[in-house]
Write a protein of this length. Structure first.
Length: 172
């Protein structure tokens, strides 16, 4: 019998859990924090694909449904203000998958319908960035796209595990 996946937070508990996480990070936060400069900022939504957000997928991440309304609100707000929005889409081939295919037990190929960005995700004026590794900067045009737009602050959003966020943080 298949075990249900644990939902770390739901739409109802999202804000309280986020406050708890932010309080836990307080000891390691930069003091003082960098001033927010919206004119030099971009939204980066990582791997919000049907593969991770569809309940029928073996790679389903339950917390994904909880964050989608907030992600959509941010995409709309950034698009209205003319701020760049980048949506990453993880894709692999048998040649470049490496251990990813073993970890996820299949390949997220271009032809795989689950590789598409989740249909509930609003696109606004976003730019899709295709990637083959957890790191959204490695062998992608993302850094060039950010530099062309004079972006030096990125707000990352993701539904997947913290390992992805740490990979992207290390690259920035």
């Amino acid at each position: 019998m298949k075990q249900p996946k644990e939902t770390y937070f739901s739409h109802a508990t999202l804000h309280a859990k986020a406050r708890q996480m932010m309080q836990a990070l307080e000891p390691v936060r930069r003091n003082p924090p960098l001033p927010y400069a919206p004119e030099r900022s971009a939204l980066l939504a990582l791997d919000l694909q049907a593969y991770f957000l569809d309940e029928s997928s073996h790679a389903f991440i339950p917390r994904g449904a909880a964050i989608l309304p907030g992600v959509n609100a941010l995409v709309r707000a950034c698009s209205r203000r003319g701020l760049p929005v980048f949506l990453t889409r993880h894709l692999n081939t048998p040649q470049n998958a490496g251990l990813m295919s073993a970890w996820w037990r299949d390949l997220l190929t271009e032809e795989n319908p689950s590789s598409a960005l989740d249909p509930r995700l609003e696109r606004g004026t976003s730019i899709e960035v295709r990637k083959t590794r957890y790191d959204a900067f490695l062998n992608t045009p993302l850094e060039t796209l950010l530099r062309e737009r004079a972006v030096n602050q990125v707000e990352p959003l993701l539904a997947r595990a913290p390992d992805c966020e740490s990979e992207n943080s290390a690259a920035t």
